[in-house]
Write a protein that binds this ligand. Structure first.
Ligand code: 3PG
Length: 214
């Protein structure tokens, strides 16, 4: 079954491409062409952040009009955010931090979640609730590759998606670590390119990102 049709796990989302784009949309009109541009470059797991008033409308538009894309919701900060994202067509969620309420709600409603963590205690709380694939945020600010190396000992069974300060320059170093499956970053969808409708440039950056080894 195609990954775009089946019920996903967080690991499915992580394995699909080397980079999960962290997307901030200010206009609904940008949603569909942006999604098509990323898909054309080989990236179909799209994290639409709940940071703008139009985010849910953007998710609905992509879910309706770009079947080759998989809509995800980023910046989930409450159980209500998770429910709203699911109703808008999100098929996975990403949170900048972790709470038991978000973890349990996502399990109850069947929304695969990449919970955000930045410390050993947070890793343990998320794992206690059944989460073993985690977003490390803000990755470069909080310790970057050295912290990921330190975690590989005590948390050998955890897979990470470092996000925050990740760039085309440092992504290969992160992706080379055995406990990193994928990285997240906002560089694939800069506001200025979206405002100017430079979709071909976004496709080109997505295609470059898909070349990262891991
Ligand atoms: C996030 O929300 O995950 C980060 O803001 C993305 O970080 P970046 O803009 O440094 O890529």
């Amino acid at each position: 079954m195609a990954v775009t049709d089946k019920k996903l796990t967080a690991l499915d989302v992580m394995l699909d491409q080397p980079v999960i784009p962290v997307i901030v949309l200010n206009e609904v009109a940008h949603a569909v062409p942006m999604a098509k541009a990323l898909v054309a470059g080989g990236i179909r797991m799209l994290e639409i952040t709940l940071r703008t008033p139009v985010a849910l409308d953007c998710m609905r538009a992509i879910a309706d009009e770009v079947p080759a894309a998989v809509v995800g919701a980023g910046t989930i900060r409450s159980a209500a955010d998770a429910k709203a994202a699911l109703a808008a067509g999100a098929r996975f969620g990403v949170s900048p931090g972790y709470t038991g309420a978000i973890g349990k709600t996502c399990q109850d409603i069947g929304l695969p979640l990449l919970p955000g963590i930045a410390t050993g205690s947070e890793i343990m709380l998320a794992q206690q609730d059944g989460y073993t694939e985690l977003k490390f945020f803000p990755a470069m600010q909080a310790g970057g590759p050295n912290l990921l190396k330190a975690w590989a000992g005590p948390f050998a069974d955890i897979k990470f998606c470092p996000t925050g300060g990740v760039s085309p320059e440092n992504a290969p170093t992160l992706l080379a670590l055995p406990n990193v499956v994928v990285v997240g970053g906002s560089w694939l969808t800069p506001a200025n390119l979206m405002a100017k409708g430079e979709w071909a440039a976004i496709t080109a950056m997505a295609a470059e990102a898909c070349k990262f080894a891991r």
